[in-house]
Write a protein that binds this ligand. Structure first.
Ligand SMILES: *Cc1c(COP(=O)(O)O)cnc(C)c1O
Length: 463
């Protein structure tokens, strides 16, 4: 084997242009593709060799296998017919920002390892405070601050670890509270952080945290000699987008000396529109907040924002300074080293894609996008409500509609299966207590009124 194996700038340019065409072609035909992959388990793996190549292969061979082996195994999250889970939006500017970040390939763990990676992140997380109407004390100029992490799960873990370090009792006596609708990442984080107890608190008729039940459980735990340490509030639960009361829960947390964490992973994006902010009234009372631009804000995974009201406990919990990371800028205390704001050391230049998105769409463009999906969800909900065959099982404050067939669980599950088998929609079947329901999450980048009309026609036909 001889010669330079690296892709020359010229070859990269050529292949890069081909790849951009490939993605653009994909976007053009995505609507035609069956939304959910139809491969059988093991099919993709069986089509691939058991061993990695010993010798270099032509790039064209890689592209051919991308088309022939990988694509059939793709479920098209970017399809306008995507209504499953929550959206995981991608968009042109986001992708291009991602490409620039990959091209630069910097590790932004310290300010000193690439100053712009840190400073752009600071600017973007501070911009978002104003854009979302979050407490101004959460800006870097205040006592708090924000950071871009990989996922809401990571942020919740970091909140749990920080709260654990603040708590004045042995870890195995510490108790975490959250509603029975809380995302599974809370329980997982509590387990990893070593909390002794996690209480799953009952919810009310609208699937929001039952505060009387919370207070009662706290009192029982106090009587048992345990230490209430952490409560999670969800603004927009995963199953139904139920909204817990931030203000009232934070009040209980303050009285009990607990950390109050808000998980607005999905719904946080809607807060760019002032009319949704009443759903998180009371944020000035909480300790930490997380939301995912990588769900509903046109920024491809991964991009999670984590804010704290006071950055000192976070930094105390997360900072370690080994000799090889010592540098003048860090020691001067004049710069931010974001490695101290999350679990990993290395970090991608994630702010770049969010910055591209904010500048390309402008806040007004993003508002229009969010409002249109909420309007479409309201419209679909009205159609379902007006039809005797269906009933809504929960309120729809954002762009998720959860409904059931009035014939019962079997009919509901059958309808979800028919919709998903059609290739023209992806929806998520779920259960709430003993009720089967279908989640329709409207929020994909390319979903328009026309697509939701088509979805309604299918529901009407297949029910
Ligand atoms: C999606 C979601 C999460 C998990 O988000 P990741 O970024 O994938 O970890 C957490 N909480 C809620 C309410 C969610 O909807």
């Amino acid at each position: 084997m001889s010669g330079d194996l690296h892709m020359s700038p010229d070859e990269f340019r050529r292949r890069g242009h081909e790849m951009v065409d490939w993605v653009a072609d994909y976007f053009e035909r995505i609507e035609q593709l069956p939304v959910i992959s139809r491969v059988e388990p093991g099919e993709v793996r069986a089509a691939l060799p058991a061993a990695a190549p010993e010798e270099p292969e032509p790039f064209a061979a890689v592209m051919r296998d991308l088309d022939e082996i990988i694509m059939p195994g793709i479920t098209h999250w970017q399809s306008p017919h995507w209504y499953a889970y929550f959206p995981a939006n991608s968009s042109g500017p986001s992708l291009l920002g991602e490409m620039a970040a990959a091209g630069l390939g910097v590790q932004g763990m310290l300010w000193a390892t690439s100053p712009a990676a840190t400073e752009l992140e600071t600017v973007v997380v501070d911009w978002m405070v104003d854009l979302l109407g979050l407490p101004t004390a959460w800006k870097t100029t205040g006592p708090g601050g924000g950071v871009i992490q990989m996922s809401a799960s990571d942020s919740t873990l970091v909140a749990l670890v920080t709260a654990r370090e603040q708590a004045a009792a042995p870890t195995d006596t510490l108790v975490v509270y959250a509603s029975d609708q809380t995302h599974s990442s809370l329980e997982k984080g509590a387990r990893i952080a070593g909390y002794g107890h996690v209480r799953s608190i009952a919810t009310d008729a609208e699937y929001a945290l039952d505060l009387a039940a919370l207070e009662q459980t706290i009192a029982q735990d106090r009587d048992a000699g345990l230490t209430p340490a952490f409560v999670a509030v969800t603004v927009g639960t995963t199953a139904t987008t139920a909204v817990d009361s931030v203000r009232r829960t934070a009040g209980i947390a303050a009285r009990e000396g607990m950390w109050c964490h808000v998980d607005a992973a999905y719904a946080g994006s809607a807060m760019i529109c002032p009319e949704f902010r009443h759903h998180q009234d009371g944020l000035e009372l909480v300790d930490s907040y997380t939301f995912n631009p990588h769900k509903w804000m046109l920024t491809n995974f991964d991009c999670n924002l984590y804010y704290v009201a006071d950055r000192r406990p976070l930094l105390e919990a997360m900072s370690i300074l080994p000799p090889y990371l010592r540098n003048e800028a860090t020691l001067s205390g004049d710069v931010i080293d974001y490695r101290d704001w999350h679990v990993p050391l290395g970090r991608r230049f994630r702010s770049l894609k969010l910055w591209f998105v904010l500048r390309h769409y402008g806040a007004e463009g993003i508002r229009r996008f969010i409002r249109e999906h909420v309007r479409l969800a309201d419209e679909l909900a009205a159609r379902l409500e007006a039809d005797d065959r269906f009933e809504l099982v929960a309120p729809h404050p954002f762009a998720l509609v959860v409904f059931r067939h009035t014939d019962g669980n079997a009919a509901t599950s059958e309808l979800a299966k028919r919709l998903n088998d059609s290739g023209r929609a992806a929806v998520t079947p779920t259960t709430l207590g003993d009720i089967s329901a279908i989640r329709i999450s409207i929020g994909s980048t390319r979903t328009t009124a026309e697509h939701v009309d088509q979805l309604w026609s299918m529901i009407d036909e297949l029910a």
